[in-house]
Each structure stands twice: as C-alpha cells, then as structure tokens.
Design a protein around this ligand. Structure first.
Ligand code: GLC
Ligand code: GLC
Length: 825
C-alpha cells in the first residue's frame, strides 16, 4: 500500500494521508540551523549541536507518537483543526504534505478554509521560516481564530529532559511587538537566545505552557484554543512556550499570508543587553526578522534554496530505463547523502540528538556519498577527522562536532577505523584530482605540535593494520570491527556494561583486548582498500614504498585463503578462544555478509569469489534484502557480545543491515553479475519499496539502517513477523554506500586517479542509458549502448569521436565538454 507518490519534476514526495505507518520526516537547513519536520509538522530545531543547542522541545518515544512540533491551530466557529492534522486530529476535508529538497509544504482544508504552510530554513540564515497562506474558499465571509505554537527547550536537550528540580524554575521570556523571545540563562552564562515572530499585528499571545494548554489538557485540546482566546501569559519558570493569537476575517475567495520566523541569535558578550543591563539587545534579531517579513522575501528565499539544490543535484544526472533508479540517483539518494553529511548520526526520529558524536568510520564512509557534491567541505571534513587520529594510526572512535576533539569516553581500538580514512581520502583525490591534500599538515590527537602530512596519516593507518595481526596473520578484531556488536574481548555478564567500551579485565595485561581474536572482515577491507594506498604511492613516484605495501596486501590475501576460507565463503572471525566464527562448523551464525563483498572485490581467488556469490544468494538473500548472518543467534554467546543480544532478525543479528547489502551489490556488479547486482539493489532501494509502505513502515524516499530479516519473530515463535519492516531511517552509512553501489558499480561511472572510469554492470535487458557527470571542471555526456544485452564488458569506448583503449576516460586539463560513448558487448 502507498501513502503518497513521487513528484520527480518538483523533486518532492507527496504524502496524501497524515496517517503514515510511521512519521515520515524531512530535514530543513544545510549550514548551522537545522529542523526535523514530520508530515504532520512534528519535530524540532537546533543550532549546530542537537544536544547542546536544542531550540524547541520534542519528546521521543512519546505516547501518542510524534508529539511536539510547530503547530498552527484554527478555531473556525467551534471546529478546531491543524493544517497538518496533528495534534488535534480533526478529520480534514483534504490533506497533503510535500517533502522537498530542504523544505516541506503542508496543506490542510476544512469547511472551505484552506491553510497552506511552507517550512524552510533559508540559505545563510539561522532560523526556520513558516509561511502560512489562509484562503477562504467559501462563498461567504469567514471569521475564525488562529494560534501559532512552539515549545522552547531549555538548550541542553539532555538536561532538559532530566533536571526538572532546576529547570522548572529557570525559564524566561521577553515580548516585544509580535515577537516572543526565549532567554532562559541569557542573563548569566549564555550569549544566545531564540525568538518566534510573525510579520503582522497580533491580538494576544501566550508564553506559559499551562496557561495555553492547561495542566490536564494535551497538545490535542489546548484550553486557550478550546476557549477561543489567549491568556497574554508571561512565563516565569515552568515551561516557556511561544504562541501568537490572531482573529482573522476573510471575504469570500480572499487569502491572507502570515510569515512566521523561529530564529536563533548569538550575541557578543558586551552587546548582550540594552542600556538597562536587562533587556535583550534585539539589533541582530530585528535584522533577521526584517530579512523574511513578507511573502516576496519568502519567495526569494525559496528561489535561492532551489538554486542551491539545482546546483548540487546537477553534478550527476542519469536517465536509465527504470524511473525508480533515476529518482533514487538523481534526487533522493543524493539528498540523503547530504543530510548524513550535515547530521552525521546525531538527530533523527531514531537518534535522539543527545547520544552520539561524529563516528570516525561513519564520517569517512559518508564522504564517499557526497564528495562529488561539495568537495571543499569534504576536504575540510577529512582534515577534521584525521586531526583526531593518534600518532600510531589508531583512532578515537568518535569526535564531538562542537570541539572537533576525539571522545575519550568512548576511546579507540576499533580495528577497522584507520582503513576508512585511506578510502575516503582516495575518493576525494579521485573526484577532485587535488593531490595537494596529501601534503596538508594535519595534527595527531588535535595537537598541532604533532602535525604531519596527510600522507603520513594514511601511512600509519595502513601499517596500523599490518602491525596488529593475530596468530593466523589476520588483523586483530580489537573491541569491534565494522560490526559494533561483534565484541570479542568483552565477555560481558553484567547489565549496563557497554559492549563497545567494556573490555574484560582478563585482557587488561594484553593491552585491553584479546591478542587471539582476529577479524576476517578487516582483512578483506585491508585487501580492498590497500590498493588505493599503493596507487597513491605510485603516483607520487614512491615505487619502493608502493612495492612494500603491495607485498603486505599480497601476503594478507594468502593468509585469507589459508586461514579464513571456509570452502564456500569467507569466515567472519576467530574468537578470543581461537574458535572459528562464521563457519559451516558453527552451530549458529555460519555465514556472515561483511567480509564477502570486499573479499570478492580484492581479486583473491576467482573460484572462491564465484562460490561466495552463490552462497550469499542461497543463504542470505530474501525478497527484502540480504540478512547479515545466518542462521540467526538464538541465545547469548558471551564470547561474541552484543550481536547475540538482539532477537533473531533484528539489527546486527540477522537483520537486513542495508549498509552492507551495498557491498554485495558492488561485488556482484564487479564480478560481472549485473542482473544479480540489480536484484539486490531493487530489494532495498526505497523507491522500490514504496508499494509496500504499509509493511516497510519508514519513508519510501530514504534508506533506513535496517529492515527486519527473515528470522524476525523467531524469538516469539512467529518467524516472519516484521520481516520487511524498516527501522532507523535517514542517518545511516547505507546512503553513501548505495550511492556508490548504484552510480559507480552498477551504472559504472567511477572517478579514478587518472580520469573518469566508465564500466557499467547493468541488467542485461537494458538497452543502455545516458548520464551527465560534472567532473573536475568538465561536463561528461555519457551514452551507454547495450546492443547485445550483456551485463558487463566495455567493447568500445569512444571519447569525442575517437576510440580509445580500456574504460577510463583520461582527464585532460582545460576541457569543459566531453562526449563519451560506450558500447557493451
Ligand atoms: C551503526 C554504526 C556503524 C556500524 C554499524 C554496524 O550503523 O553507526 O558505525 O558500523 O552500526 O554495527
Ligand atoms: C548499538 C547498535 C549498533 C550501533 C552502536 C553504536 O550497538 O546496535 O548498530 O552501531 O550501538 O553505538
């Protein structure tokens, strides 16, 4: 069942009922001010840091779901409703929500009164603009009452939902004209405040929550709205809110437009107050208010926003025989990659914004998805990340976006972390040709005095793996490899111990983790990523070093065949007891997805690659994607850790973890199995799950981290229950990796050190496709012809009318247009 449809021309998803199977959200903002907004206007906003600068309040895991947002209430002669249906939930005569690129438009209609609300965060602006257009579609005049509503968060979102003994006595506001200012703690140690304004005279306001809502009422029946008035209340502690009140009369056919702005302002210490030393100095706020105080200015702001996205999405554009692929590649997957760039894993409807900093591995992988859109900011991000690395190549697993420092509470020793940096820096160079990044001086552990070149960072990353091998010569697994829930040094039997940070005391003297437990995944990642490092060294003319590194890669491949090949697939690990994990010899968890894709793409052994792909198809594939492992764990394996704490079919225990599905899509495409690759792609790509949105639950326009696997429900004897149900949408490495899988491996348009490689691996039934790719200053117009209906194999490559060998279009400086025709066969 569908709950809306794609509007590809406007780059929108149009939701046609407020009762989606889960709140379907969008993100507003691309720089400092961010908002989350659901299809019923739920959500919240924050400035830069979702925990420390939370501007409006939101209650996660609330009953009913998705309470708290920016709400407009209408009381039309006793009929009370919201344009976005919630929270009053009066049945509307019509409802529509359009989630677009950085904006959302919600339109509701009731009794011939139409309310269309446009929400967006303009470029270079620290505020959310909300334009409300009210139209009387009746044949006679209408008089009705209208309220806005936002609830302030007292800045630190964690403190705000725990420290009530203090917070109920600190809330403060100020009101001037039609603007309500939120200034809790501004008098003392904060130099920032927020405001909520409207570009019109108001008939009253409320800033005290209990006056507006009523202590025993809810968002769905605020007392003020029921009574058709407002209290002109001044908050003094408790819970400050901001609500404007207006009585409106519209002639038949008449429209009225109101522009609201919810803004955030930082002031220099010496300019915080007016001369009385108390009243907020509103200079900056008034300038902001002036910027968006008319529909004309709003239209201008929307135009700028559209231009911004036109530019970002104009870099890669494809036209394939499959609409769903086009809308994923050209619009939604790229959009989601930018959201993961901006938000990392901080704030979604599944991430509360108070939990995680920026992950080392996550941020590096995210780069793969957005480097073509904003290479400059990718460079900046790479340097930020690398600056947290330790001199021996180890990494803090997370860093804080505000301080950009490594997070000592979580620490390091996640065995895969260093390798992702080699991959992301390589991707940056391949995209831009900017080799100078390798010479950039980058601190270790944020200490400028320890700065060395980026090339040095890559070198210590590579050798960090080589220097930390276990008994078989495979990389040590440490606290976790990519899979946060395989914790081979944990042996945790006490509730509350974090599987990621707790290591069993028995490994203390060994340095904090087992020197026996080894990760086949990290081995495969090493042999996949390593050639990039070798390529870089060769390019720099460091032949000796390149040879040395290559020898390590070759050695690792041998070790993998000797000690990690299980006969039909690659094993997952050796545990701390030296026992095999992910082997046919195991009782449960015999085969794991993670090492397989990278092993296949490392050209270790052709026959092994074939067998592996066949095993994956047989053991892991389902109609909703590839499960992470099989069979699922049905009991707690203390030697494996968190993975076996999840009921079978969820998360890392045999859930469909979409992130690593992409690695198999890449691998199948790489191996020439374009039909197979496309099958796996279409099992999980959101546009393809649209028809089954009732089952899938989460947004059909973005990836979620996981989908219930075939074992979901097994724990309660109902195997298959929730199979296909999505969770954890939006902030996931899946976005970047599926962008790579579809654009670089299936469609085969892949930046390389020396030029743009074009080597598709497509469904054999396709006649071909066309694409436009901006790359290092030139526009490549690419035509792929597939007259013999093969999946893969470049028979001829013609560049600007001239046939050339191979499949890389060499980069030529100064060219601005390049015509590429590839014939497969
Ligand atoms: C989450 C984490 C990521 C990890 C994955 C598997 O997506 O953000 O870092 O690799 O889970 O555990
Ligand atoms: C939990 C999750 C995992 C995530 C990790 C991050 O272990 O299961 O997916 O990566 O938390 O801290």
């Amino acid at each position: 069942m569908k709950f809306g449809h794609f509007d590809d021309v406007n780059r929108e998803y149009v939701i046609t009922t407020p009762r989606t199977p889960y709140p379907w959200i969008n993100y507003l903002g691309t720089q400092g001010f961010f908002s989350l907004i659901s299809n019923t206007a739920g959500g919240y906003c924050f400035y830069k840091d979702a925990r420390l600068r939370r501007i409006t309040r939101y209650r996660y895991n609330n009953v009913p779901i998705d309470m708290g947002g920016r709400y407009f209430y209408i009381n039309d002669n006793g009929t009370i409703w919201n344009p976005g249906w919630s929270p009053v939930k009066t049945e509307l005569d019509s409802y529509e929500c359009r989630h677009g690129m950085g904006y959302t438009i919600i339109t509701g209609k009731k009794n011939n009164l139409k309310a269309e609300v446009t929400f967006f965060v303009p470029q270079n602006y620290d505020g959310e603009v909300q334009q409300v257009v009210l139209t009387n579609e009746d044949s006679s005049p209408k008089t009705f009452k209208f309220w806005s509503f936002a609830e302030w968060c007292l800045w630190d979102a964690q403190d705000d939902c725990t420290n009530f003994q203090r917070n109920f006595s600190t809330g403060r506001v100020e009101i001037k004209d039609s603007t309500i200012y939120h200034k809790t703690e501004y008098r003392d140690r904060r130099n920032h405040f927020a405001f909520y304004t409207v570009n019109d005279k108001i008939d009253g306001y409320d800033t005290d929550r209990d006056t507006f809502i009523g202590l025993y009422n809810g968002f769905h029946n605020p007392q003020a709205v029921l009574d058709g008035k407002c209290g002109n209340s001044l908050a003094d502690g408790w819970s400050p809110i901001a609500s404007h009140y207006k009585e409106i009369t519209l002639a038949a056919g008449e429209s009225k437009t109101l522009v609201f702005v919810l803004g955030y302002v930082e002031m220099p210490q010496d300019k915080k107050f007016e001369s009385d030393g108390k009243t907020i100095n509103k200079e900056k706020a008034l300038a902001m208010i002036d910027k968006f105080n008319s529909p004309e200015k709003v239209a201008e702001g929307m135009k700028e926003l559209r231009a911004y996205w036109d530019k970002l999405l104009g870099i890669l554009n494809v036209n394939t025989p499959e609409d769903k692929v086009n809308r994923m590649v050209n619009i939604w997957n790229q959009y989601q990659c930018m959201v993961t760039f901006n938000l990392s894993r901080s704030a979604s409807y599944f991430e509360s914004g108070i939990g995680r900093g920026m992950g080392f591995r996550d941020s590096n992988q995210d780069i793969l998805g957005f480097v073509h859109q904003i290479p400059d900011r990718a460079r900046e991000r790479l340097i930020d990340i690398a600056s947290t690395q330790l001199p021996d190549g180890g990494c803090y697993h997370q860093y804080q976006p505000l301080t950009k420092k490594g997070n000592a509470d979580i620490g390091g020793d996640f065995s895969d972390d260093p390798l992702w940096m080699i991959l992301s820096v390589s991707a940056y160079i391949k995209e831009t040709g900017d080799w100078s990044i390798l010479d950039a001086k980058v601190p270790y552990d944020n200490d400028e005095s320890k700065a060395k070149t980026m090339l040095d960072h890559l070198t210590v990353s590579f050798y960090h793996i080589v220097k930390n091998l276990g008994p078989h010569g495979l990389p040590l697994a440490m606290r976790a490899d990519w899979n946060d829930c395989i914790n081979l040094s944990c042996f945790s039997d006490t509730p509350g111990e974090s599987f990621q940070t707790y290591t069993n005391p028995k490994f203390k003297k060994e340095g904090g983790y087992s020197k026996v437990a080894e990760s086949v995944f990290v081995a495969a990642l090493f042999t996949y990523v390593g050639p990039n490092f070798v390529g870089i060294l060769n390019h720099l003319g460091k032949k000796g070093e390149a040879k040395k590194a290559q020898a390590e890669i070759d050695k690792m491949k041998k070790v993998m065949m000797a000690s990690a090949w299980d006969g039909n697939w690659f094993m997952r690990a050796y545990d701390a007891n030296g026992q095999k994990m992910g082997s046919k010899e195991c009782e449960e968890g015999q085969i794991f997805i993670e090492p397989q894709g990278f092993a296949i793409m490392s050209d270790i052994d052709e026959d092994a690659a074939k067998k592996t792909l066949a095993s994956i198809d047989e053991r892991l594939n389902t109609q909703h994607g590839l499960v992470l492992n099989n069979p699922a764990f049905s009991k707690y394996y203390i030697q494996y850790g968190e993975i076996s704490t999840y009921p079978g079919g969820y998360k890392e225990n045999a859930g469909i973890f979409t992130h690593n599905n992409a690695w198999i899509i890449c691998a199948a495409a790489y191996a020439g199995q374009g039909d197979q690759a496309f099958k796996y792609y279409s099992e999980i790509a959101p546009a393809f799950t649209e028809e089954t949105s009732d089952l899938h639950k989460t947004e059909p326009y973005v990836y979620g981290q996981m989908i219930g696997g075939k074992d979901a429900g097994s724990d309660i004897g109902q195997t298959g229950k929730n199979f296909g149900q999505g969770k954890n949408s939006w902030l996931t490495g899946t976005a970047a990796w599926n962008m790579v899988a579809i654009s670089q491996y299936i469609l085969g348009i892949m930046p390389d050190f020396d030029g743009l490689k074009v080597d598709p691996s497509i469904p054999s039934q396709w006649d071909g496709f066309t694409a436009t790719r901006k790359f290092r200053g030139a526009t490549y117009r690419i035509t792929i012809k597939n007259p013999n209906h093969v999946c893969k194999g470049v028979k001829s490559l013609v560049v600007d009318g001239k046939e050339i060998d191979g499949c890389v279009v060499p980069y030529v400086e100064g060219k601005i247009e390049v015509e590429v025709v590839v014939t497969l066969g």
